[in-house]
Design a protein around this ligand. Structure first.
Ligand SMILES: Nc1ncnc2c1ncn2[C@@H]1O[C@H](COP(=O)(O)OP(=O)(O)OP(=O)(O)O)[C@@H](O)[C@H]1O
Ligand SMILES: [Mg+2]
Length: 473
C-alpha cells in the first residue's frame, strides 16, 4: 500500500470508529501537527474540527504544562508506547484552562507512517468536585471520618489535628477502639451496631484520648454507606468536640449542688450553733469546778466542740447570704496577709512561702476578709501537699484585659486527673483530717468577686492554682 493510501485508510477508519465516541481523540504527527480530530475533542476546546486541523498542538497546551507534556511525548516515542495517562491543562478557545487526562500512544500506520494517538478525557468537573469536597472536609470544624465496617479509619479530615492533636495520617493508623475511654466502649459499640443495621441515627457522646493524654468529649452522628447489593461498605461519621459544653454543664451542676447545699447548710448550721453554745458554756463551767484527771477530758471536749463550731461557721459562710461590704482592697496586702497567717504552719512543715509581685499595690473591689480566707485555704492546701517540706511560690501579675492574676504553685503530691473535676465539691477531701470544704469556700468567694479559679495538677509533680480577679479601674 502506498503512503497516501495508508493515510487515507487511517483516516477513514478513524472517521468511522471515533467520530461517535464521547472522549476526545486526535491524531498528531511527530512534529506536533494535528492531522485528525474528532468532534468531542474539538468541542472540548470550543472549536469545530476543521478549525483545528493542521494547527500545532503546542498552541492548545497551557504553557505551564508544556515542558512536562513534551517530556512525556518523547518517552512515549522512544520506548513506552502504553505509558500511563497524565494530567494536562489545555487552553479553551475562550482562554480558560481545561483539565484533561491524556493518554498518548504511538500508532503505526499500515505503510510505516506513524503518528501519535491522543486520547483526552475532560476531568475539570471531577477536579472541581474533588476540590469542593477537599475544601469542605479540610475546613470543617467538625471532624469528618470514614470507616471500614469494623470501625477502622479510611479517611480522617484535617480538623482532627486541632481537636485531638493527631495528624490525619497518624490518626488513620490507630484503631479507634484503642483510644476510646474504656467506660464509653459499650455505648459506642451499641451505636456502631445501630449504624451498621441502618437504624435511626442518634447522637453518641463519648470520650477520645487526645495525643497529650487527656480525654476529649465528642458527640458523633453516623451513617452507613451501602453498595448496590445493599451491603454496608463503609461508615461515615461527623463528630463534634463538645468538651467546652460538657465543662459548662458540669459547672452548672456544681453551682446547683452548691445552692441546694447552701440552703440546707444554713438551716442545719443555725440549729447546731445554739445547742453548741450551751454545751460549750456548761463544759467550761464543769472544767472550772472539776480538778485532776477530768480536767484534761474537758480540754479535749472543748477543742472538739471548737472544731464543730469551725465547720458550722464555714458552712454558714457558704450558705448565708451575708451582708458583705465590698470595698477597694489591695490584693497584694491581702495575699501577703494570708501567707503570713500560715507562716507558723509552714515553718512547722519545713515549707517556705515565696511571694513575688509585678506591682504593689493593686486594687480590686471586694470583701477583704473573704478574699484573705480564700487565699489562706489555697495556700494551706499547698503546704499540706508538701509533707517533706519545700517551697510554695505565689506570684501576682496582671493581664492586658485588666485582671489580677494570682498563682499559687507547689511541687507537692499533685491531684490525680480523675479527681480534678471533683474539686470544689463539698466534703471532697483526700486527706485524713480534711473536711473538704476549703476549696468549695474559695470557689464561692472568688465567684462572688466575678473572678475565676483554675487548678492544674500532675501527680508527684505539683499543683498550680490560678485565681483571676478583675482590677478596679
Ligand atoms: N495544692 C494541692 N496539692 C495536692 N492536692 C490538693 C491541693 N489542693 C487541694 N488538693 C486536694 O483537693 C482536696 C480538697 O481540698 P479542700 O481544700 O477542699 O479540702 P481539704 O484540704 O481536704 O480539707 P479542708 O476543708 O481542711 O481544706 C484535698 O483533700 C486534696 O486532696
Ligand atoms: Mg484545704
Amino acid at each position: 500500500m502506498t503512503n497516501k493510501k495508508s493515510l487515507q485508510f487511517q483516516h477513514e477508519l478513524f472517521d468511522r470508529l471515533v467520530e461517535q465516541v464521547p472522549t476526545g481523540i486526535l491524531l498528531v504527527s511527530f512534529d506536533g501537527t494535528i492531522t485528525k480530530i474528532n468532534a468531542s475533542a474539538a468541542r472540548l476546546l470550543g472549536y469545530s474540527p476543521h478549525e483545528l486541523l493542521h494547527r500545532h498542538l503546542k498552541e492548545m497546551v497551557c504553557p505551564l504544562d508544556l515542558q512536562v507534556h513534551q517530556q512525556h511525548v518523547e518517552q512515549v516515542q522512544e520506548a513506552t508506547p502504553h505509558d500511563k495517562p497524565h494530567m494536562l491543562r489545555l487552553i479553551h478557545r475562550e482562554g480558560h484552562p481545561i483539565w484533561v487526562l491524556v493518554n498518548v500512544s504511538v500508532m503505526n500506520g499500515c505503510g510505516g507512517e506513524s503518528c501519535f494517538l491522543y486520547n483526552l478525557m475532560d476531568i475539570s468537573a471531577h477536579l472541581l468536585y474533588e476540590q469542593q469536597y477537599r475544601l469542605l472536609t479540610e475546613h470543617s470544624v467538625d471532624v469528618i471520618t470514614r470507616h471500614k465496617p469494623d470501625g477502622s479509619y479510611t479517611f480522617v479530615s484535617a480538623s482532627c489535628k486541632s481537636h485531638l492533636g493527631y495528624e490525619p495520617d497518624e490518626m488513620r493508623s490507630i484503631f479507634p477502639y484503642d483510644i476510646f475511654h474504656p467506660e464509653d466502649i459499650p455505648l459506642i459499640m451499641e451505636s456502631h451496631g445501630n449504624i451498621l443495621k441502618d437504624l435511626q441515627m442518634t447522637n453518641c457522646v463519648y470520650r477520645i484520648l487526645h495525643k497529650d493524654g487527656i480525654y476529649v468529649w465528642f458527640e458523633s452522628v453516623g451513617k452507613a454507606i451501602k453498595n448496590e447489593k445493599g451491603e454496608v461498605t463503609e461508615l461515615l461519621l461527623f463528630s463534634r468536640n463538645i468538651s467546652d459544653r460538657m465543662q459548662t454543664e458540669q459547672l452548672l451542676r456544681k453551682a446547683e449542688q452548691l445552692s441546694v447545699l447552701g440552703e440546707l447548710a444554713a438551716g442545719i448550721a443555725h440549729e447546731i450553733r445554739n445547742p453548741l453554745t450551751t454545751i460549750k458554756g456548761f463544759i467550761s463551767l464543769m472544767k472550772e469546778s472539776s480538778s485532776g484527771k477530768y480536767s484534761q477530758y474537758h480540754d479535749i471536749l472543748l477543742s472538739e466542740i471548737e472544731r464543730i463550731e469551725e465547720i458550722t461557721n464555714e458552712f454558714l459562710m457558704v450558705a448565708k447570704p451575708q451582708a458583705v461590704s465590698f470595698q477597694k482592697a489591695d490584693i497584694v496586702s491581702l495575699v501577703k496577709a494570708a501567707s503570713k497567717l500560715l507562716e507558723p504552719q509552714a515553718t512547722l512543715n519545713n515549707v517556705q512561702i515565696e511571694v513575688k509581685t509585678d506591682f504593689d499595690p493593686e486594687y480590686i473591689y471586694g470583701e477583704g476578709n473573704h478574699l484573705k480566707q480564700a487565699f489562706t485555704n489555697i495556700i494551706k492546701n499547698a503546704i499540706e501537699a508538701l509533707p517533706d517540706g519545700g517551697t510554695v511560690r505565689i506570684k501576682l501579675s496582671r493581664t492586658n484585659d485588666g485582671q489580677a492574676v494570682i498563682t499559687i504553685n507547689d511541687d507537692g503530691c499533685g491531684i490525680p486527673a480523675d479527681r480534678l473535676a471533683h474539686l470544689g465539691e463539698p466534703f471532697y477531701s483526700l486527706k485524713g483530717k480534711g473536711t473538704g470544704l476549703g476549696l468549695m469556700i474559695c470557689f464561692k468567694i472568688v465567684k462572688e468577686h466575678n473572678g475565676t479559679i483554675q487548678i492544674e495538677s500532675r501527680v508527684n509533680e505539683g499543683t498550680t492554682v490560678t485565681v483571676k480577679l478583675p482590677i478596679q479601674q
